[in-house]
Design a protein around this ligand. Structure first.
Ligand code: SF4
Length: 106
């Protein structure tokens, strides 16, 4: 199934992986920071969310989706928005799309 990101770009892919997500049924507030969150409290929330991601069987698909769709907010694939931005910037400098995995050999 296709979906459209906030910029109107199409993302082609199945959402079936979400059915196996470790965060399924968990409070979304764990993964998306509330307005004005700062400091230690935010770090604790992020750490707790990342612990869920660590044992998630679809972490790679989640991160691939977030990078392809340029998800701006929240923890996806075990990375914060800032961490994904760094990954995407590095990939842009190399002239490649950001991916969840190591560079592929051709
Ligand atoms: S990697 Fe984290 S955010 Fe993504 S589906 Fe798994 S638990 Fe949810």
């Amino acid at each position: 199934m296709d979906t459209e990101d906030r910029r109107g770009r199409r993302y082609t892919g199945s959402w079936a992986w979400q059915r196996r997500a470790a965060c399924r049924g968990k409070d979304a507030a764990l993964f998306f920071h509330p307005a004005g969150e700062r400091g230690e409290r935010g770090q604790e929330r992020e750490d707790a969310a990342k612990r869920v991601c660590t044992r998630c069987p679809v972490r790679g698909q989640c991160l691939e989706y977030a990078l392809a769709a340029d998800e701006r907010y929240g923890i996806w694939g075990g990375l914060t928005e800032d961490e994904r931005r760094v990954l995407s910037a590095r990939a842009r400098r190399r002239g490649r799309p950001a991916t969840a995995g190591p560079p592929r050999r051709n």
